[in-house]
Design a protein around this ligand. Structure first.
Ligand code: EPU
Length: 438
């Protein structure tokens, strides 16, 4: 049941939060367990809704699951993988985008896959054409029906040469999860190389896969006949870590984000340095704190790794409303990820969005009527308002705007944040935030 989440803003967040494994790796590593003939164990698993959804989807396919929620360990036994009932699969329609990644593993294990209508955040069209094209290239037959997609591979799956039109994270994962057990060699050009993908490659290598990654974004996979299980500790969630960093700074606070990893966050840390954030980078985490100096504006362009990731953009925009001067944000990954700024303007921010590619290079959204560049003028005192969570990252951004604002904000649809931010209510309490639910 959705409640109203009420925040009294204006209190600096201070203290410590811990981030565990990355949502965008954990869910994929769980799917990878389906490929093995032995049990796998994943550690540092966060208690978030996306993990619960993948757990249920694995269960309906006969995977035995034992999840120690507090300890963050999930054990998966795929020795009895079986066809799932369509109704059981359909129960998960619209809840997440992860089901599309079940295709390769299910085709290898069962010769067919049924994928429900997908969900995920509405931050653009988010088509699945790359995924379906890739599966066809491996030899799968794709049949789109009213309530989902039926995929079969009567002749098995065979390695192939693929070039992605855009380095999509999901399509790269689709190739990896399919190619590892396809016959022969697969070469993937223009692959995404996000740290979560490298970590997925590590998981698959532990299972027995043979995968090499070159500096020119090409991945070569030699298919093997059999994969075993794995034991793996997920890399930390760099999106969650970046979100708490912005929350600390926008409220003028001081937060140690235990578990934040410098290497995977280096582009983010560079931008925060330019903004004038106080930072202390340690082996076991990163402290983010406000200094006596005013925050400075920046020009930022989101991009695939090693660029500034799109999922950091929304919390950063809230931070930039407090910088002295004009910042430019060019979103090049999703065509529609700046819609959340209108509620920030209602709160007193001054953000204008443009169709043009501002602040540097042209991207594939230029001249296509997508408002994908923003000019943020600051600093502006934010005022409490009634706001509705639009998507996961936009929702967290509204939360931190409310924490920085003067007065009371009522946030509706807060449950969406549970998809990707573990125990955020407990973490807010630990940091001294003033909020209540009813
Ligand atoms: N795209 C296509 N066709 C496809 C697939 C993608 O046109 O078949 C386009 C998308 O519309 C988008 C771009 O390619 O414009 C990049 O999409 P990508 O496939 O890289 O994204 P994804 O795999 O669907 C993952 C994360 C997102 C994150 C992006 C980019 C998961 C579950 N989701 O999405 O995370 O923003 O990569 O890094 O891993 C989030 O965590 O809140 C989130 C949205």
């Amino acid at each position: 049941m959705s409640t109203t989440f009420t925040v009294r803003g204006g209190k600096p967040l201070t203290g410590e939060v811990t981030v565990r494994g990355a949502k965008n790796l954990v869910s994929k590593a769980m799917v990878a367990a389906l490929l093995g003939e032995e049990p796998s164990e994943l550690r540092s698993v966060p208690d978030i809704r996306d993990v619960a959804i993948v757990k249920e989807l694995l269960k309906v396919h006969g995977v035995g699951i034992d999840w120690d929620v507090e300890g963050g360990v999930i054990r998966m036994d795929p020795s009895n993988v079986e066809r799932a009932h369509v109704a059981d699969i359909d129960a998960h329609a619209g809840s997440s985008r992860i089901p599309i990644l079940f295709c390769g593993p299910l085709l290898h294990r069962l010769g067919e896959a049924i994928i429900p209508d997908l969900g995920g955040c509405r931050i653009g069209d988010r088509p699945i054409n790359y995924h379906l094209d890739v599966l066809r290239q491996f030899g799968a037959h794709v049949d789109k029906r009213e309530h989902g997609i039926y995929i079969t591979a009567p002749n098995g799956l065979t390695g192939t040469k693929i070039r992605l039109e855009y380095p999509s994270v999901g399509a790269t994962e689709q190739v990896l999860l399919t190619a590892v057990r396809a016959k022969g060699l697969t070469e993937l050009e223009n692959a995404a190389v996000e740290p979560e993908i490298e970590d997925l490659i590590s998981v698959l290598q532990k299972m027995g896969a043979i995968i090499s990654l070159s500096t020119d974004r090409t991945i070569i996979i030699e298919g093997v006949e059999r994969l075993g299980g794995y034991t793996h500790t997920a890399l930390a969630d760099r999106i969650e870590a970046g979100s708490w960093a912005c929350a600390a700074l926008v409220t003028g606070g001081d937060v140690f984000v235990r578990g934040a990893e410098q290497k995977a966050m280096s582009t983010f840390l560079n931008i925060l340095r330019k903004v004038g954030a106080g930072m202390e980078i340690k082996d076991d985490g990163i402290r983010f704190f406000a200094t006596d100096e005013p925050l400075r504006p920046v020009a930022v362009e989101t991009d695939v790794h090693p660029g500034f990731m799109t999922d950091w953009q929304q919390p950063l925009v809230v931070l930039l409303t407090q910088a002295e001067g004009i910042s430019i944000v060019h979103e090049t990954v999703y065509e529609n990820r700046l819609g959340f700024t209108s509620a920030l303007n209602d709160m007193g921010a001054q953000i204008q969005v443009y169709r043009e590619c501002l602040g540097g290079s042209s991207c594939r959204f230029g001249q296509r009527n997508f408002n994908h560049s923003a000019v943020v003028s600051g600093p502006r005192q934010l005022e409490g308002r009634n706001i509705t969570v639009p998507d996961l990252r936009g929702g967290f951004s509204y939360l931190i705007a409310a924490l920085a604002a003067d007065g009371i904000s009522n946030i509706y649809g807060i449950d969406l944040i549970d998809r990707g931010y573990e125990s955020f209510r407990d973490k807010l309490t630990a940091l001294g935030a003033d909020f209540w639910e009813g």
